[in-house]
Design a protein around this ligand. Sequence first.
Ligand SMILES: [Zn+2]
Length: 449
Amino acid sequence: MTDQQTSLTPIDSIIYAEWIVPVIPRNTVLENHAVAIDQGEILAILPADQIERIYNAKKTWRLEEQVLLPGLINSHGHAAMSLFRGMADDLPLQNWLNDQIWPAEQQWVSAEFVRDGSELAIAEMLLSGTTFCSDMYFFPDMFAQVAHQMGIRSQVCFPVMDFPTVWAQDADEYIHKGLQLQDDYRDNETTHIAFGPHAPYTVSDKPLERIAMLSEELDISVHTHLHETRQEIQDSLKQYGKRPIKRLADLGLLSPSLQAVHATHLNEEDIRLLKQSNAHVIHCPESNMKLASGYCPTISLLDAGVNVGLGTDGCASNNDLDLFSEMRSAALIAKANSGNASAITDTDAIEMATINGARVMGLEQKLGSIEPGKWADLIAVDLSSIFQQPVYNPLSQLIYTNSASQLSHSWIGGEAIVEQSQLTGIDTAEIITKAQQWRNKITNRSSLA
Ligand SMILES: [Zn+2]
């Protein structure tokens, strides 16, 4: 070791990259900078020549022709449904749920199904740049276990419904089991538990009021499908005499802890209620388009000051978990709907999938941008391929070209989870075999029926 090296501060790692998009400050691309990492957190982001005069790293990455950015946050999904990918296409939400998805779930969903489906989904998310995902599904304890093992950070939303399913019999049992899960993961930096009342049309007033009370008392977020379709709003007007957002407001659920998924067909009053309460919206553009559910007015929401994150929704209504594609869809659908090509820029789209997602989760102090003191959850996209040439602006490339397939690296808490576009320490061949076994089981049974 030279004298110069001994005077340097020893740290775990340094990542040098040709470009860095830190997200904060916004609309910024740094050239020839590097990120210093120690004990799972970002220490500094500095020009490359400065960083090597300060730190001596155990491990170094040099990413030429690559862009480094914060790990993406998939704010809404149902991981295990990846095992139903492509099983029921081209149907509107109510037929898709009533005739296809709910019967299939009744027949097939078990703890093993959730284990294998979650592994498949998490592998896909990690390989396409997601480092934090929110999940809502049966057997949330199994999802939490798998996510923890595979190293992805997550928000696990335990489901609550009025009717019995494989996981619980009634709303009280769903809540009781969910609160046990919350106890198991209290203060865990990787796994965060939230209430997941499925939707206003599957949960009645009493359990919703109880969730509002417990959420405030225990400081736990509430994640729910809200205003997914026009039908949902019409049914609510008929049954309760008010729109779903107003009903939740009257039940005490609109608060900074509320994560409203979809938020389509909003009127001015809906937007005002969301803004007034500082509730968050999670936009799922591809699922909304595929099920012809409607359109979330992202521009009006952002203009009103409502925080908007981004989600893929489950794989059965998307049919992939690629957040880069979701960012592109969010930008394109906003332009098409508003007739304004400047609506939802590349910067707006990347914020939705990073810092806005961090705000949805209440984790903006630790996630969503490359800043000192945040967790070292980072990804790198290779811009050297034919799909990306020539590079005028890396930010544009990230949103408007085929970026997920060019993901080269991913780190969570400074640990390399993806290197050279391969998962480290996860056997993808085994995950694929298990998915194929489920496909065989599900199709054989269907054909005998
Ligand atoms: Zn959903």
